[in-house]
Design a protein around this ligand. Structure first.
Ligand SMILES: Nc1ncnc2c1ncn2[C@@H]1O[C@H](COP(=O)(O)OS(=O)(=O)O)[C@@H](OP(=O)(O)O)[C@H]1O
Length: 381
């Protein structure tokens, strides 16, 4: 038979349609892969509340994203008055700086685990950091978040003190998703000093583990005042707020125990309320001072108390001499350590020696009572 280009061409037609079919199938497969990758980076998930959901990462928080702030403002309510102030910034979870790289990685991890694991659910917290304000609660929560068996909400929910009427389902919805065996946590430092809170937490679960980071009440009061003054520079002096008769020649100074900065430090009184509902063994007192000087030692106690493996240890800490605080680092690799943001570790104003002395006298009997109640001498005298 003679060679015919037409016939040859005709012969080619069916094989070209084969190729087209194959190309079509490959295109579909490629689209599926693109879609899967798209899902893996989190775009096709249906997470409804980015501000407080599991995927709220440190960098999202510290970047001060406008949407995040607005949502939090509306969900957490207004702050208290000047002298009974709450840390707005910390309520928003203003925590770590220099965290973008790590936060991106962990965001990716979360999205991947969400994609491959449908068994994640939102649970009520099994453990709560209930106080104290300015004790070092943010540092403790961020150290705990390194632990793979812990998932914690970054911002302060203020459920049991300010948002209780919103109900437990509202609270649960704020929590990050967890896998079986993972512990859900939150921190709201004002819980420790709010009378209604112990019974409310007990009603949620009498098995809830409670952690209190305590710090020398005098330094704590000065830290509290420093925070208020950073937002309202015109407030009266520390001394005039701490004493009822601060004017010169008005006799021995009388401590004003109604000032919240002073009142929060009367730990023994606040603890009494908790012990009406919870056995002492269900509360752990972390030393705010040791959390700075020996973070891995305090973290060992906390992990034991929570019944977790001791994963967070001295390999995770780097002491930043310039800041005067331990910062978190990855045990492997040389990545830059991550320190808390500038709202932590503010420079305190100089308070006159006699003012500090008078406050020490005021706190001494309460401190001693607190040491007795907890079986632990924190050495604040
Ligand atoms: N690692 C590390 N880095 C920075 N700061 C640290 C750290 N560990 C403890 N602290 C101390 O934490 C104090 C703030 O306490 P809180 O986080 O409980 O404050 S808040 O109640 O949430 O506003 C904060 O108080 P000030 O120094 O007075 O600002 C710190 O002293």
């Amino acid at each position: 038979m003679e060679y015919s280009p037409i016939l040859h061409h005709l012969h080619v037609v069916p094989s070209s349609s084969n190729v087209k079919n194959k190309l079509f199938v490959m295109c579909i497969m490629l689209s599926l892969w693109v879609y899967m990758i798209y899902c893996c980076v989190g775009y096709c998930t249906t997470i409804p509340t980015p501000s407080l959901s599991a995927s709220t990462t440190r960098s999202e928080v510290s970047e001060g994203d406008g949407e995040f702030d607005n949502q939090l403002d509306s969900s957490l309510g207004a702050s208290r008055d000047l002298l009974n102030n709450e840390n707005e910034l910390d309520s928003r979870g203003d925590d770590w700086d220099e965290t973008r790289g790590e936060a991106k990685a962990s965001q990716g991890d979360n999205a991947m685990s969400g994609f491959f694991n449908e068994s994640e659910t939102k649970k009520l917290p099994g453990a709560i950091i209930i106080g104290v304000k300015k004790g070092g609660t943010r540092a403790l929560l961020e150290f705990l978040r390194v632990h793979p068996d812990i998932r914690a909400v970054g911002a302060e929910p203020h459920f049991f003190d300010r948002n209780y009427d919103k109900g437990l389902e509202w609270y649960r919805d704020l929590m990050p998703k967890t896998l079986e065996g993972q512990l859900t946590m939150e921190k709201t430092p004002s819980y420790f000093v709010t009378k209604e809170v112990p019974s409310r937490i007990y009603t949620m679960s009498k098995h809830t583990k409670l952690i209190v980071v305590v710090r020398d009440p005098v330094t704590r009061a000065i830290s509290d005042y420093t925070q208020t003054r950073s937002k309202k520079p015109d407030i009266p002096s520390f001394e005039s707020l701490a004493f009822r008769n601060a004017t010169a020649g008005a006799g021995p100074a009388v401590v004003d125990a109604t000032w919240s900065a002073v009142q929060i430090g009367v730990y023994a009184k606040h603890l009494e309320h908790w012990l009406r509902y919870f056995p002492a063994g269900q509360l752990l007192f972390v030393s705010g001072e040791r959390l700075i000087s020996d973070p891995s030692g305090e973290m060992a106690r906390v992990q034991d108390f929570l019944g977790l493996r001791r994963v967070v240890d001295d390999r995770h800490f780097h002491f930043n001499v310039a800041k005067g605080f331990p910062c978190l680092k990855r045990p492997e690799g040389n990545s830059k350590p991550h320190c808390l943001g500038k709202t932590k570790g503010r420079t305190h104003p100089n308070i006159a020696g006699h003012v500090v002395q008078r406050l020490r006298e005021f706190y001494r009997p309460y401190n001693n009572k607190f040491y007795q109640m907890t079986g632990h001498d924190f050495g604040w005298d």
